[in-house]
Design a binder for this molecule. Structure first.
Ligand code: ZN
Length: 322
C-alpha cells in the first residue's frame, strides 16, 4: 500500500487499546531497522522527520528512503510525519513534499496564538489530504530544535483541550504529562535511586491524562519524549569510552499503560540514538583495525531493529495490527 495518513491507524489503535510507534529517521540504516521490525511483526508504523533531520539528510533523500521502505513492506501501513514543525512554511513544505502527516508545535506560544497557527496549518493540510498533530503544554528536555529547561515545563491543562481541539480542527493532540525529550529526562534531584544506584524517575501524571481523555472522548492523544533510555545501552556507551552519567527515560510499563488508554502515538528517538551509538562504540572497541562503515553500521542497524521490535511487542502492543 502507498504511504497513509495516521487517521485509520489511530482509530484502530484507540479501539484496540494499543499505540503506534513514531520513530525518528535520519538515515538509511535507521529507516531500514525500524521498517524491517515493523514489517516482520505486521505492525503499523510512523516514520517521523524533525527539522534537524531535514537539515541533516535533506528532504528529498528522506522521502525517497521512506518510499523505498514502503515499497519493500507492502503489507504494513506506514505514515510519514513532520515532527515539531514550528512554522506554517515548514509544514507547508512537508505537505507539498509528500508527507502524510505534520505536527505544528506552537505550544510555546499563547493559547490564542497556538490556536491561530494550528488552525492555519490544519486548513492547508486538510485541503491536501494530510493530518495534523498539535501540542498543548510543554515538555522539559532537549530534542533537536526544541529545548525546555527542567522545571520550566508545564503540564497540559485538561480545561483547555476541548476548546483547543474544536477551534483548531487538529487530528491528534500531544499533551504534557511528565514525559521529556532527550536522554536526560530528569535531573537526579527529581528522582529517587534504587538499590543499584540507578535513578528512578517521578511517575507520569495519569490523572492529567485521564482528565484529558474525559474531555476528548474518542480522540487520539500523543506522547512525545517517550524513550525509555534502556540502561543496557547506557551501560554499553559508558563501557566503551562514552560518558553519559545518569541518563534516564520513561519506564516502559508506564508507557504500556498509556497505550492501553487513549494514547495512540508514542514518540521514540533517543532509544534509537543510544542503540546505534552503544553498538558502534562497542564495535570500534572490539575491532580497532576495521574501517569499513558497513562493518559497524550493520550491528547498529540490527540494534535499531531489535529495539523497535521490543517496543512493538512489549510497549506499544501494535504487533499483528497492520
Ligand atoms: Zn517531541
Amino acid at each position: 500500500m502507498p504511504l497513509v495518513t495516521s487517521k485509520e491507524m489511530f482509530a484502530k489503535a484507540y479501539d484496540g487499546g494499543y499505540a503506534v510507534g513514531a520513530f525518528n529517521v535520519n538515515n538509511m540504516e535507521i529507516v531500514q531497522g525500524i521498517t524491517e521490525a515493523a514489517g516482520e511483526l505486521k505492525s503499523p508504523v510512523i516514520l517521523q522527520v524533525s527539522k534537524g533531520a531535514r537539515a541533516y539528510a535533506n528532504h528529498t533523500y528522506l522521502v525517497k528512503l521512506v518510499e523505498a521502505a514502503v515499497e519493500l513492506n507492502p503489507e504494513i501501513p506506514i505514515a510519514l510525519h513532520l515532527d515539531h514543525g514550528d512554522t506554517f512554511e515548514l509544514c507547508k513544505s512537508c505537505i507539498d513534499g509528500g508527507f502524510t502527516s505534520v505536527m505544528i508545535d506552537a505550544s510555546s506560544k499563547s493559547f490564542e496564538d497556538n490556536i491561530a497557527l494550528t488552525r492555519q496549518v490544519v486548513e492547508y493540510a486538510h485541503d491536501h489530504g494530510v493530518v495534523v498533530e498539535a501540542e498543548l503544554g510543554t515538555l522539559a528536555g532537549v530534542e533537536d530544535e526544541v529545548s525546555v529547561e527542567a522545571g520550566k515545563e508545564s503540564y497540559t491543562h485538561p480545561d483547555e483541550v476541548e476548546e483547543f481541539v474544536t477551534r483548531t480542527g487538529c487530528d491528534s493532540l500531544a499533551i504534557a504529562i511528565g514525559t521529556s525529550h532527550g536522554a536526560y529526562k530528569f535531573t537526579p534531584a527529581q528522582c529517587t535511586r534504587n538499590a543499584d544506584g540507578v535513578l528512578v524517575p517521578p511517575p507520569l501524571r495519569f490523572d492529567v491524562l485521564k482528565e484529558c481523555i474525559k474531555r476528548l472522548p474518542g480522540f487520539p492523544i500523543v506522547l512525545h519524549g517517550s524513550s525509555s533510555v534502556p540502561q543496557e545501552f547506557v551501560k554499553m556507551v559508558n563501557t566503551y569510552g562514552g560518558h553519559m552519567p545518569d541518563a534516564i527515560g520513561i519506564p516502559e510499563d508506564q508507557l504500556r499503560e498509556a497505550a492501553k488508554l487513549a494514547v495512540c502515538k508514542i514518540n521514540i528517538d533517543s532509544d534509537i540514538r543510544l542503540a546505534m551509538t552503544g553498538n558502534i562504540r562497542k564495535y570500534f572497541a572490539e575491532h580497532p583495525d576495521h574501517f569499513d562503515p558497513r562493518q559497524y553500521l550493520k550491528p547498529a542497524r540490527q540494534a535499531v531493529k531489535d529495539m523497535v521490535a521490543h517496543k512493538i511487542l512489549y510497549v506499544l502492543g501494535s504487533d499483528g495490527k497492520a
